[in-house]
Design a protein around this ligand. Structure first.
Ligand code: B12
Length: 466
């Protein structure tokens, strides 16, 4: 017989599926951080009196690792997160978990891919229900109603068709993510995403004011919802107090979008007795010199910006709202402020020519950020550009790109372009020297050595195998 938890709440196991496996350059820029979405759900469940365990299948990678939890702790409900690039893994995990569950245990799916491609999951005949959109409220409703599955407001029992996406939540009223449920110090992002040995992430607003057509906004749709500076500051204080982590990565789409809240936060940070380092996302047209100087004084060491393309036509096509020339100006302002920059570039948009791709690589070398990250364009199903060009998703193709006449450069050649851009950027002797001089922390040297070791190992393996 199952034991009931002490507070008569339900036992809820939340599983993050893990991301796709990564190669050398992904590792160099490895940016792993705890799954905040799942930790937000966990804190809402705990606040409602339920017992929660969280497993992130990024570590360990195998789904069998949760077997003891399923057998000994015996959850009432198991929730599996979803990400489109991990679809095959998610389905494999779901089948394996299902096999081990008694009939009265519910298996549900949720998260970005279950929100964008809901019917793939509701029709799969594996899950009992899909929770889509922001799920803090719906998951508590589900746990409270167990074993009955309620309907509507973000909950779809399997076999039924999707309803309207639930109302966005007021992000300031939610409890902080339940970070105590994961070993935070196991998340050791690569050198591009940290400055100290340990760093962790925080989310300060939901929704995005911009309309870049390659981005999927299914989960956090609707108007932007900001948290107050006081709430963000308190969460950071608890991260330092409870976890001893003094390097914070703001993972929101654009922290710099609300000058008021950023200004208030900076004022609070400035008087902190226990200082910390931080990095955030920005936009090249929001790089205000005065604000950058204030950010630097408050501990900001790096900003991540999406330059995306070196072609004005492509930037218009994807509704980025910026021009290539602004990237150089943004870099100049960041340098004057003494803040490092990670610049993101995307190669292989529909209708993009080889020449336009070359312009992107040239711009990345010309802007010369501290770190450059090149992505092969991926056609997420709910992204407006995928719909406009009728782009399909293929789990097994490079960049998950089903063939389309609008990819003027075939996907394998576009992927080669990404790989060659990485080599051209990172293997410049001047760049290597500059990075080595910029190192402030011995742990970064260990990370770089691990990257170099992995690179050499792969080269030797390739030579032996060929
Ligand atoms: C921060 C971030 C990251 C970080 C941290 C990821 C992490 N471990 O959490 C980094 C940089 C590491 C990252 C990596 C990746 N990411 Co990312 N990431 C984001 C970003 C910007 C914010 C995510 C976040 O924290 N949101 C805040 C929380 C509160 O929202 P949430 O996670 O969506 O969770 C809510 C709901 O989705 C739902 N929910 C979430 N999980 C579950 C699980 C269950 C069971 C239920 C019921 C509900 C539920 O409830 C949550 C609370 O409301 C989003 C874009 C965005 N603005 O949302 C992209 C995004 C989620 N990432 C995306 C992708 C694809 C990836 C990668 C697979 C990219 C790659 N090719 O490697 C990797 C895989 C990560 C990994 N190894 O696990 C896509 C997902 C698209 C899709 N359809 O799957 C997004 C939407 C960006 C995009 N392309 O448009 N990412």
């Amino acid at each position: 017989m199952k034991s009931t938890s002490s507070n008569n709440g339900r036992r809820f196991l939340l599983v993050h599926p893990g991301g796709p496996r990564r190669d050398l350059f992904d590792r160099l820029g490895r940016s792993d951080s705890p799954p905040l979405g799942i930790l937000y759900l966990a804190s809402s469940l705990e606040a409602a009196g339920h017992e929660v365990r969280v497993v992130d299948l990024n570590f360990p990678r195998h789904v069998d690792s949760i077997k003891p939890l399923l057998q000994k702790w015996r959850p009432h409900i198991v929730g599996l997160g979803t990400l489109a690039p991990s679809f095959q893994d998610v389905m494999g995990h779901a089948r394996s978990i299902r096999k081990q569950l008694p009939n009265d245990v519910l298996l549900i799916a949720g998260g970005p891919d279950a929100t964008a491609r809901t019917e793939l999951y509701t029709q799969a005949d594996i899950f009992d229900a899909v929770l889509f959109g922001e799920a803090e409220k719906s998951i508590v409703r589900l746990a409270d109603s167990y074993p009955t599955i309620p309907q509507g407001e973000g909950i779809i029992p399997c076999g039924q068709s999707a309803g309207a996406i639930p109302e966005p939540l007021d992000s300031d009223s939610l409890p902080f993510p339940a970070r105590h449920l994961l070993p935070l110090k196991r998340y050791r992002g690569g050198p591009a995403y940290k400055r100290r040995r340990y760093s962790t992430s925080i989310f300060t607003h939901r929704g995005c004011a911009y309309n870049c057509s390659f981005c999927e906004k299914s989960v956090h749709h609707g108007a932007m919802r900001f948290r107050s500076a006081a709430s963000i500051h308190e969460e950071i204080r608890r991260i330092r107090r409870d976890h001893g982590i003094h390097d914070i990565r703001f993972v929101d789409d654009v922290l710099m979008i609300s000058k008021r809240i950023l200004g208030e936060l900076i004022d609070l940070i400035r008087y902190d007795a226990d200082p910390f380092d931080w990095m955030c996302c920005g936009r090249i047209d929001l790089m205000d010199e005065k604000m950058l100087a204030e950010m630097k004084k408050a501990g900001c060491y790096r900003i991540e910006i999406g330059i995306e393309s070196g072609s004005a036509r492509v930037l218009d096509l994807v509704k980025k709202g910026t021009a290539p020339g602004q990237a150089l100006e943004a870099m100049r302002k960041a340098r004057v402020a003494g803040i490092e920059v990670i610049a993101n570039f995307i190669i292989g948009f529909p209708t993009e020519t080889g020449e336009e791709m070359a312009q992107t690589v040239d711009l990345s070398l010309k802007t010369d950020p501290d770190y450059a990250v090149y992505f092969l364009f991926t056609p997420f199903s709910d992204a407006p550009i995928s719909k406009d060009f009728n782009l399909g998703w293929d789990d097994f193709a490079p960049g998950y790109r089903a063939p389309s006449p609008d990819y003027l450069v075939p996907s394998d050649q576009a992927q080669d372009m990404v790989d060659s851009a990485l080599r051209r950027f990172y293997f410049r002797p001047g760049y290597i020297l500059r990075r080595l001089v910029a190192i402030r922390n011995p742990w970064i040297i260990a990370d770089l050595a691990a990257c170099a070791g992995l690179f050499l190992y792969r080269r030797i393996k390739n030579i032996i195998c060929s």
